[in-house]
Design a protein. Sequence first.
Length: 238
Amino acid sequence: MSSDDFKMSAAKAALDLIEDGMKVGLGTGSTAAMFIDLLGERVKDGLDVVCVPTSKASEVQARGLGIDLTTLDEEPFLDVTVDGADELDTELRLIKGGGGALLREKIVAMASERMIVIGDESKVVDQLGRFPLPIEVEGFGLRSTYEMISVLALELELKQALQVRELPNGEFYKTDGGHFIIDCHFEAIPDPEELSDCLSMIPGVIETGLFLGIAERAIIGGPEGIVVYEEPQDEVEV
């Protein structure tokens, strides 16, 4: 079986937790897209849900599948968000934002009673940082913000390999909200909470891809089946 098969098994397990009448946040990325496809099939079979997408891509996909959509202005509180992760540890600390939707993903997750993460076993790490940490930043003062993040990395003894995300044509990538992303190749983040607190003090930083204390459960597919990680550090084999 491939990693896509493992992701699909996790998406199917998450789908079993969705019930009639729920308000659901829809994540962004390849794994979340699998869940949205499965949810669309259930909606065609009569499942009654209303959803808030975290990106334009997820919105287009969900709308094409006939899923009823709303906004956080109309429904400010959701029952659950189902989303993928670029990296997670067994304490359910996440790195997200590889797909460029980290700000909206965090807004939707925080508006939800529960956040459920789905993925394959390759996403689980002992220590965060192998995947570059995305930081969404304001375009005004971009160079200054970049340098302040670099200085912070030096102070925290983190590797200072930063890069403003670019498109294939060399132009800077912009999020759905019109912001830029700085990808930080720290390699290891010994204290994610400290880093998150320090980054939040830099004025040009809008949001970071560190999702700490937000996810309630992670459903992870692998060759041995599904493994579920729950707060605080419980691991249950299914």
